[in-house]
Design a protein around this ligand. Structure first.
Ligand SMILES: CC(C)(COP(=O)(O)OP(=O)(O)OC[C@H]1O[C@@H](n2cnc3c(N)ncnc32)[C@H](O)[C@@H]1OP(=O)(O)O)[C@@H](O)C(=O)NCCC(=O)NCCS
Length: 153
């Protein structure tokens, strides 16, 4: 398994957009598959935000994680780890952990001091990776944990 920039594997963008739309589309009723394609297209870069990493085995797409400026909540905080997703058959093998670590290193490499995330369901995963809970919040009726991690330069 290796982690690379989506920018270097544009052919995986349509499948990734489908995964993201199916998994995260419920967060905003205005979301469409096209909007996920647009978002990932905007992340086809390596040295600025937004950017997206993908996990690969050979040429098979396994998962992704993004580093973005803004998300659906807490507009005063930035940047955000976003859209952490692993294809179901490949879960439980540390792929998400590796993707999160890669996003953290990318943020540190951009001289960012701290990174944020929100999660409705995976607080324990991130706590195990050194992320700290800031607070619980709500997005519509969904309870979310806002978490943060300081980045070593
Ligand atoms: C959550 C998700 C990304 C985890 O991917 P993964 O590759 O299976 O995660 P890892 O193998 O790196 O798991 C690392 C650790 O976190 C734990 N973990 C993983 N997902 C978890 C969850 N949802 N809740 C609690 N613990 C979790 C694992 O058991 C593992 O623990 P261990 O180190 O003690 O064995 C994956 O299940 C997924 O894509 N889910 C749907 C999308 C989603 O919910 N994304 C997160 C949005 S914030």
């Amino acid at each position: 398994m290796r982690i690379e920039y989506l920018a270097d594997h544009v052919s995986h963008l349509p499948r990734l957009a489908q995964w993201h739309f199916a998994e995260f589309g419920y967060l905003n009723p205005a979301n469409t598959l096209d909007r996920y394609v647009e978002r990932l297209t905007a992340a086809l870069q390596k040295s600025d935000l937004p950017t997206t990493f993908i996990a690969l085995d050979g040429d098979s797409l396994l998962g992704s994680a993004s580093l973005v400026r803004r998300t659906i909540t807490h507009p005063h905080l930035s940047p955000w780890l976003s859209s952490v997703y692993v294809d179901p058959p490949h879960r439980g093998r540390g792929i998400a952990s590796a993707l999160v670590g890669r996003v953290e290193r990318a943020a540190a490499g951009m001289s960012l001091d701290r990174i944020y995330l929100f999660t409705p369901s995976s607080e324990k995963l991130y706590a195990g990776l050194g992320w700290e809970l800031i607070e619980y919040s709500h997005h519509h009726d969904l309870k979310i944990a806002i978490m943060s991690k300081g980045l070593a330069r």
